[in-house]
Structures are given as C-alpha cells and as structure tokens.
Ligand binder design. Structure first.
Ligand SMILES: NC(=O)c1ccc[n+]([C@@H]2O[C@H](COP(=O)([O-])OP(=O)(O)OC[C@H]3O[C@@H](n4cnc5c(N)ncnc54)[C@H](O)[C@@H]3O)[C@@H](O)[C@H]2O)c1
Ligand SMILES: O=C(O)[C@H](O)CO
Length: 384
C-alpha cells in the first residue's frame, strides 16, 4: 500500500478533481482550472521524481485529469488507474512525451496533452548559448578567473572558434531546430546544413532571403543545404545541434562511429533528449579529442552523468534548463492545464499555433491546445 502523498488544495468544492504532480510556475493555470469548476490538488512532496506508486496514491478513487512531468513513467499502470478513477485526460508539462506510452493511453481512452510552441524560442536560446559558450570556452575561462589563475593577457589564452562564416548543422529542423538555426544564421552569419525527415521550407526561405539581404548590402551571403543523410551534416558542420524527438529512430543517433566522422574541432550541442547521444562513446571521444567540445542540457541517465563526463574541461553541462524562462514555464503550465479540460472542451485544430492561449490579458480559446492522440480517440476539433 503506497503512502499518501502531501498536497495543496485549491477550490476544495470544485466538481472535477484535477491533480498536478508538481507545483508549476505562475497562478494563471490554477485560475483557469478553478474557473471551470475544478478542485486542483498540487502534490507538495519533497521528492523530485515521483514513482508510479506515488502517482497511483495521488490518483486515488476519483480523478478527472492529471498534469504530470517528463520525469514520470506514464504507462499501463497509471493510465489504467486514471481510467478506473474516471479520468479522461493527462498532460505532460513538456513538448516531448517519450515518457508517455501513448498506446496505453489510447487503450484506456485517455487524452494525452503536451506543450508545444511556447518553449521553442527559449529552448533555442539555450542551445545558442551553449554553442557560443563552447566555441569561446566561456565556462573554462570563468573557472580559471575564479581560481585566481589570471596573471595577464596572453596571445594563446583561451583561444576558441570564430562562428562567422562557419557551418551550423541542425539535426531535427522542427520548431526548435529551425528557431535555433535562425538565431545562429542571423546572429553569427553562419551557413546552414540540416537533416530532417521533412523539408524545412520556411527555414530555407528565411536563409535565402537573409542571404539576398546580405548580398545587397555588400556582405558575403549565407547559404543553406538540406543534407541527404545525417552523416553529411556531421562531416560538414562546425557547430552541430540536435533537436529531434526521442524515439527508436533517434536513440543513440550520435554514437562512436558518427562521432569519428565529425571535425576534430567541432562543437556538439544537445538540448533534445539524453539518449539521442551514446554518452559513454561521447566521453571517450572528448578524452581523445581535446579540441572537440560539447554543450549538454540533457543526459542519457538523467539526473546522472556517465562516468568521466564531469571531469571533461571540453564539456559544458547544465541541468535540463533549456525551457527555463519565466514566460515559457508559466505558458507551459497554462497549456498543460487547458489540456486536461478535455471533458468540456474540443481540441485546438492547430497545435503549432498556441499564441492565443498565452495572452495573460485575454481569456484563452475554449479548447485544449495540444492533444497528441486526438485522432486516435476521435476527439472533436475546435472550429475556432
Ligand atoms: N532540453 C529541453 O528542455 C527541451 C525543451 C523542449 C524540447 N525538447 C526536446 O526537443 C524535441 C523537439 O521539440 P520540437 O518542438 O522542435 O519538436 P518538433 O516536432 O517540431 O521537431 C522535431 C523534429 O525532429 C524531426 N525528426 C524526427 N525523427 C527524426 C530522425 N530520425 N532524424 C532527423 N529528424 C527527425 C521531425 O521531423 C521534426 O521536424 C522534443 O521532442 C523534446 O524532446 C527539449
Ligand atoms: O520536452 C520538453 O518540453 C522539455 O524537455 C522540458 O521543457
């Protein structure tokens, strides 16, 4: 028998019981739920990652919807329990939902929400920050300074790479990959090579137009190329950033063999999911190639790092904070909350345009912003 988990309650007499497995930023999301007659229960347990047993205890006998986190294992056990408790909706507070077994959710008729769009620019900005920090060795230089080792300017001190005119490689040119590419192209005048299963037409048009603008102003134009294989990106890229979803086609997409074809002084950034990179192979590669540098936001066995990674001077590591801006995290909470109102709301027809849900000063559309299994469940699409 699982122990009861501590909770904070909002609108105790609300008709629908909605649980959030974590406190989330802002209060708008709570207001949106209580306005719709929900009793909101927020788990206040000190444990960072809740187990399946903890969440089963939270769901209890009657529960209409749950907002959960990417650290939780949402599979058969939780969806069957949620369905038995009368629940119809679950939302991850994340765009990625590789922690969710969508087939299990379909089996129990539970809608699965995610939070696209609101984190695109914030996440891309962190990938761009890691790219710049790695190329200019900012973290190493900061440590050197704080250790009192600086005793004067030297021609060889922390020499890094110039980004201008180099090639930025993007693997997975979806929402975040494309936003990152634009930042690196517009900000640093880099050329683009990308690999995706689909053509990134808007991104290509942007680079073409920006290249023409530069040319018209007497500057070297930027260029783009859609690679026919991932290997092409790895061979040609000076800075390569990974932005695909995590599934079986992208698991260990970067492995020993693929690392070996990258330039010796390349920079690799990962703000997607840890298992996209074989981290043991990466540590070996970092040891053998001191001029190869990485910026990592995500890790294969999160929250742990593979042995040796923390000792590598040519690695910058941050704790999965790519979407951590106030505006984005409050927006993610808003989208997740609206996703669990599935009983009363239809599904928003374009999850790539969630802007109308994010304006603090006007009521959001009466729709669930992004339900990934809407078609499987035959849910009604919003006409708005
Ligand atoms: N580190 C963070 O905090 C953070 C924040 C947001 C998102 N993410 C991760 O980033 C991922 C991407 O988010 P998004 O909003 O850009 O999603 P998206 O769906 O817009 O983009 C993903 C892209 O990956 C491509 N893709 C899929 N399989 C591929 C393959 N085998 N090879 C190459 N490309 C492939 C898709 O075609 C798509 O264009 C999320 O799924 C999530 O895991 C991480
Ligand atoms: O998938 C996501 O949304 C991130 O990993 C957290 O923002």
């Amino acid at each position: 028998m699982a122990k009861p988990v501590s909770i904070e309650v909002w609108n105790p007499s609300g008709k629908y019981r909605v649980i959030s497995t974590k406190a989330m930023p802002g209060t708008r999301w709570i207001r949106l739920l209580t306005d719709q007659d929900c009793r909101v229960e927020i788990c206040t347990s000190k444990k960072t990652i809740l187990s399946v047993e903890d969440i089963l205890a939270l769901i209890g006998e009657k529960c209409d919807g749950v907002i959960g986190q990417l650290t939780e294992d949402w599979g058969e056990a939780l969806f069957s329990a949620l369905s038995r408790a009368g629940g119809k909706a679950f939302s991850n507070m994340a765009v990625g939902y590789n922690n969710v077994d969508v087939n299990a959710a379909n089996k129990y008729g539970v809608a699965v929400g995610n939070t696209p769009g609101v984190l695109t620019e914030t996440t891309a900005e962190l990938a761009a920050s890691l790219s710049v920090a790695a190329s200019r060795r900012i973290v190493e230089a900061d440590e050197f300074m704080r250790a009192g080792l600086y005793d004067g300017w030297l021609p060889h001190l922390f020499v890094g790479n110039l980004l201008k005119g180099q090639t930025v490689g993007v693997i997975g040119a979806g929402r975040i990959g494309s936003a990152y590419a634009r930042m690196m192209i517009e900000g640093f005048k880099m050329n683009l090579i990308y690999y995706d299963l689909y053509q990134a037409t808007r991104l290509e048009k942007f680079v073409t137009a920006y290249g023409e603008f530069l040319k018209a102003n007497g500057e070297q134009p930027v260029t783009w190329k859609r690679a026919g294989s991932m290997e092409e990106v790895l061979r040609e890229g000076d800075v390569i950033s990974l932005h695909p979803i995590l599934d079986k086609t992208t698991y260990h997409l970067i492995n020993k063999e693929r690392l070996s074809i990258m330039k010796k002084e390349a920079i690799l950034v990962n703000c997607s999911r840890g298992p996209v990179v074989d981290e043991v192979a990466l540590v070996e590669h970092l040891k053998e190639n001191p001029m190869f540098r990485v910026g990592l936001d995500v890790f294969e066995d999160e929250p742990y790092m593979k042995p040796g990674l923390a000792d590598m001077k040519n690695a910058i590591v941050v704790p999965h904070i790519a979407s951590a801006s106030k505006w984005t995290r409050e927006g993610m909470a808003t989208l997740a909350a609206l996703n669990v109102l599935i009983k009363g709301y239809p599904v928003w027809s374009n999850p790539n345009n969630v802007e109308p849900f994010l304006n603090e000063n006007s009521p959001p559309p009466a729709a669930c912003p992004s339900i990934v299994n809407a078609k499987n469940l035959g849910l009604t699409a919003s006409k708005l």
